[in-house]
Design a protein around this ligand. Structure first.
Ligand code: SF4
Length: 244
């Protein structure tokens, strides 16, 4: 699971956070394509990969990144609770030649139910997300020096301060560069890109869903809040991977 078959490991790559802040500020106002091109050039030889759950932004990002680096790996977590429509779009990208790397939780849904009782998502969604999303994402970070993600600042208040270049922390405390090339995009920008480039996207987005995660925790949003259909009525807004 390493870029170009070589594994420099975590050693020898320690992003300087002050320098990153300067570089991030310098990239503000540049196009997503220019940001990605800079990242691939600046960290050439490092382990660079995307993560995606195949939301609309993720689909746009995969397409955009593959125009620059067709073999960029795309890590995706299969929680076991994904919609068939999500699996279909994942396979559509794979059919186009994308290097899709599926990461699964360490525990099956059945083992989780035996240990914690059935339907943990309904009783303790934070614990369920930790087992089925956060822990697998930690293993993805062990494979990467540079993690590219598709979050946008205007998706949620919790994402409003997202820098273009930031960091995420591995289990051992070391840092990975976290890149968010689409931070300045709006939902409209995302759809313009998807439609202009005929990018595959989740069929549920044509059926009233605006943000799609696991089936038990995803509904059509009740109002204008794009992420309002996620963990509806629980107060939970994030699965936790963007807090790493
Ligand atoms: S989104 Fe729901 S089902 Fe999926 S991991 Fe989180 S709590 Fe569990």
């Amino acid at each position: 699971m390493t870029e170009r078959g070589s594994d420099p490991g975590n050693a020898g790559f320690a992003p300087e956070t002050e320098r990153l802040a300067e570089q991030s500020a310098a990239l503000e106002g540049q196009s997503a394509e220019a940001i990605l091109a800079w990242v691939f050039q600046h960290w050439a030889g490092r382990r660079i990969g995307l993560s995606s759950a195949f939301g609309p932004e993720g689909c746009a990002l995969i397409h955009l990144a593959r125009r620059i680096r067709p073999d960029v790996p795309v890590y995706t977590i299969d929680t076991g609770y994904l919609f068939p429509e999500t699996l279909a779009v994942r396979e559509a990208f794979r059919a186009q030649g994308a290097d899709i790397r599926v990461v699964e939780p360490l525990v099956t849904i059945r083992a989780q139910a035996e240990r914690h009782g059935p339907d943990l998502f309904a009783r303790d969604p934070d614990a369920c997300c930790h087992l089925r999303k956060v822990e697998p994402m930690r293993r993805v970070l062990d494979q990467l020096d540079v993690w590219i993600t598709a979050i946008r600042r205007d998706q949620a208040a919790t994402r409003a301060g997202t820098p273009i270049l930031g960091t995420a922390r591995r289990e051992d405390g070391s840092l990975v560069v976290k890149v968010a090339p689409l931070v300045a995009w709006t939902r409209k920008d995302t759809w313009r890109y998807l439609l202009d480039h005929e990018v595959p996207y989740n069929a549920l987005l044509d059926a009233g869903y605006t943000s799609i995660g696991c089936e038990p925790c995803t509904a059509r949003p009740p109002g204008d809040d794009e992420r309002g259909g996620r963990w509806s009525g629980t107060g939970k807004t994030e699965c936790g991977i963007h807090h790493l």
